[in-house]
Ligand binder design. Structure first.
Ligand code: SDX
Length: 431
């Protein structure tokens, strides 16, 4: 990482200047370190959406939005999607290297033996109305893990941080399945240690007391691949939320719960649920043109959900993989979903339209994923919960990386104040 170059910034109105180091990483654009700018010039910088602002250094994930490149710890997402498994990717994100067989066996054993919820935690669900959104229940249940583990957790202790990572990755599927079971009035299922991670989750989701569940390897492989693709994505909104909350010293369960709530938004992870609802609303390929027209109309708040991205100005590599998966998984499951035809027609129409081409709006990770979740029997309201299960591995990897980075400080942005100038209090009868 070379820090030798300097950028000189001169404020001609005051003739004050600042010499700012240019920091380069392994890959990607160099960054101007503005740490001394306020001291040198009396000015802040302003970038409300952080479109040109790096909030941290990180070695976990790299994205090249123009080229459509996504690397987890340097490994291209296409290779991991083809050759790895979600649990191996979770190990990679946490530890920086792919595990040797013995390392993976230990990691998998640890995950398997921390999958159960505390029995008392099940009582939290009773407080929800049966039709509570699963993301509301997930956020509350994960935050409640703080109540069970906060007291014996030292966030400065690497072993405690590692145990928190194991617990979160292990328990997320159990809690997620419990949210689903509660919402449909089915009894919750205990995790089965003789099953692998995704099969164990599918068993907790769909096994009914009255008959054994016939696990489907096609479904398990498809879900494992979707979890790999959703595991991490550098400083997206929910990961940045986890880092900001973690920077205060908050415990990992509270930090991840904050990430879950940030992910829920339809501009972020909530888009996968919004895409399915939008495809159903469009209904048939014949209505696609109208949808595209509405998405372009500035007077209409309608947007094509699953389209566009802050970073990708080319195809989201994950969307490419998921699009190919759609055809394969639906064929293998013998599912014929007309919404896939609507999605394909929508993509074709948008990618030919100048409005989308000029703005470099392409399908993102959320555009096709819901079609596969639906084919696996997962209800629409659970789509973002699926995203959260996978992203927990990335969130906790970033939370740990931040704690391992020397000199990390509490995140505390400044602002441009646009309110009233100083003024004196006036008594009520004088207002
Ligand atoms: C995820 O950050 C990550 O990495 C996120 C994620 C991850 O893995 O963590 O990749 C997961 O969140 C994917 C994104 C899911 N969200 C959606 O699919 C919702 C629909 N997309 C948009 O809301 C939007 O594209 C965002 C939120 C994704 C990106 O917003 P930006 O970067 O702020 O872009 P913008 O709103 O400034 O849009 C630029 C232009 C605008 O038009 P103009 O003002 O230039 O005329 O493009 C237009 C926007 O109106 N535009 C769209 C559009 N997305 C952007 N117009 C119609 N439909 C859309 N989907």
């Amino acid at each position: 990482m070379s820090d030798s170059k300097i950028v000189k910034l001169v404020d001609e109105s005051s003739n004050r200047s600042s010499e700012l180091p240019l920091i380069s990483g392994t890959l990607g654009p160099a960054c101007i370190d503005i740490g001394t700018l306020y001291k040198d010039t009396g000015h802040f910088t302003y970038d409300p959406g952080y479109g040109s602002t790096a909030s941290t250094k990180s070695a976990i994930t790299y994205i090249d939005g123009d080229e459509g490149v996504l690397l987890y710890r340097g490994y291209p997402i296409e290779q991991l999607a083809e050759k790895s498994s979600f649990l191996e990717v979770a190990y990679l994100l946490l530890n920086g290297e792919l595990p040797k067989p013995a390392e993976f066996a230990t990691f998998e054993h640890d995950i398997t033996h921390h999958t159960m919820m505390h029995e008392a935690q099940k009582n939290f669900f009773q407080g929800f109305h049966h039709d509570a959104h699963p993301m509301a229940m997930l956020a509350a249940a994960v935050a409640s893990l703080s109540a069970f583990y906060h007291d014996d957790l030292d966030v400065e202790n690497p072993a405690d941080r590692k145990m928190a990572a194991i617990r979160l990755i292990a328990k997320m599927p159990t809690i997620a399945a419990a949210c689903f079971r509660y919402s449909i009035g089915w009894p919750m299922r205990y995790p089965r240690n003789n099953l692998e991670y995704v099969d164990r989750f599918l068993h907790m989701m769909f096994e009914v007391p009255s008959e054994p569940l016939q696990l489907n390897p096609v479904a398990a492989k498809a879900l494992d691949l979707l979890f790999i693709l959703h595991a991490d994505h550098e400083q997206n909104a929910s990961t940045s939320t986890v880092r900001l909350v973690g920077s205060t010293g908050a415990n990992p369960y509270a930090s991840i719960a904050a990430g879950i709530t940030a992910l829920w938004g339809p501009a972020h992870g909530g888009a996968n649920e919004a895409v399915l609802k939008q495809l159903k609303e469009i209904g048939t390929p014949d209505n696609v043109e109208t949808a595209v027209k509405r998405a372009k109309d500035k007077n209409d708040s309608f947007r094509l959900m699953g389209f566009g991205h802050r970073v990708y100005k080319n195809f989201d590599p994950r969307a490419k993989i998921i699009r190919e998966m759609c055809h394969k998984v639906l064929a293998e499951l013998g599912v014929n979903d007309p919404l896939l035809d609507v999605a394909m027609k929508l993509e074709e129409a948008a990618l030919k339209d100048d409005y989308f081409v000029e703005r470099k709006l392409y399908p993102n990770v959320d555009f096709y994923s819901g079609i596969i979740y639906k084919a696996l029997g997962i209800p629409t309201e659970m789509f973002t919960v699926m995203f959260a299960i996978a992203r927990t591995s990335g969130w906790i990897a970033h939370w740990i990386e931040q704690h391992e980075t020397p000199g990390s400080r509490i995140g505390r942005p400044r602002q441009i104040y646009t309110g009233a100038d100083v003024r004196n209090y006036t008594p009520g009868d004088k207002r």
